[in-house]
Write a protein that binds this ligand. Structure first.
Ligand SMILES: Nc1ncnc2c1ncn2[C@@H]1O[C@H](COP(=O)(O)OP(=O)(O)OP(=O)(O)O)[C@@H](O)[C@H]1O
Length: 250
């Protein structure tokens, strides 16, 4: 659990649009790194390159190296990569026809785990880690769609954690949630970073300041500045970072 990722000379395109330009960054294990920047600067594209989802878009292209531990993920099978680099999206996307239990168990079953006792144990552990167990333990066979939006998002986090990934990518995981659910997801990120490498895209700078150890500021496909969150928010080196965090644009 919790291997670091290194990104070297990463470039990404949609057709002829050069969306990410020569990105170099180290995403440290057992830390949360926030990715910030104005709309369209390439934040989602960047994290989608970290689990090989970018290349599933039409006309998409990637160049460069992304290593997890000491393996280049671009020389592995993309399906294996997505198991060790989990992802949670802006809008909770549980499998609507499946129960709460099955939503979490699906990845385990696909991975070949059949014994009911083991499945139950792993599902419970994942729901505990996602701080959802107490709310759902008496209704595991109910459809996932019967949960609130915030609970569905934590269910998706549990689903991602069930297969014991090294890295958890989160693309604005709280932006569709009410303030209380947002707070719960933030608390969860603070917990999860004890074990995982967490990379979180957020538009909310207070949120980045609250939960991230490191922050990366992107602008028009370039990584402008990366460093300790406190430094980025109090003493940025680049004037463009300063303009963004003080709300002059974006
Ligand atoms: N599937 C796609 N096909 C073509 N272009 C795309 C696709 N997805 C994103 N883009 C373009 O790539 C650029 C970067 O988009 P991306 O979604 O990575 O930005 P972002 O920083 O995450 O934005 P936001 O904060 O609005 O979510 C934008 O110009 C966008 O229009």
């Amino acid at each position: 659990m919790g291997k670091s990722m290194s990104v070297r000379n990463l470039n990404a395109w949609y057709g002829t649009q050069h969306t990410l330009k020569d990105i170099n960054i180290d995403l440290e294990a057992k830390m949360a790194t926030a990715i910030i920047g104005p709309s369209g600067c390439g934040k989602s594209t960047f994290i989608r390159c970290l689990n090989r989802m970018h290349e599933t878009a039409p006309y998409a292209k990637v160049q460069g190296e992304v290593t997890l531990g000491d393996e280049n993920i671009y020389s592995l099978d993309p399906v294996d990569v997505r198991r060790v680099v989990g992802m949670v999206f802006q809008k909770a996307n549980p499998f609507p026809t499946m129960s709460i239990f099955d939503n979490v168990a699906i990845g385990l079953r696909l991975g070949g785990i059949r014994r009911q006792a083991e499945l139950r144990e792993r599902v419970e552990k994942s729901l505990q880690m996602a701080a959802l167990w107490d709310e759902v333990k008496d209704r595991l066979s109910k459809p996932a769609t019967a949960l609130s939006g915030g609970q569905q998002q934590r269910l998706c986090i549990a689903r991602a954690l069930a297969v014991e990934p090294d890295v958890l990518l989160m693309d604005e995981p709280a932006s569709a949630l009410d303030p209380i659910s947002t707070m719960r997801v933030e608390e969860l990120v603070v917990q999860l970073k004890n074990d995982y490498t967490v990379v979180i895209v957020t538009h909310n700078m207070q949120q980045a300041a609250r939960i991230a150890d490191k922050t990366a500021f992107f602008l028009q496909g370039e990584l402008i500045e990366f460093g300790d969150t406190t430094k980025i928010f109090t003493k940025p080196t680049d004037s463009r970072t300063e303009d963004y965090i003080t709300g002059r644009f974006g």
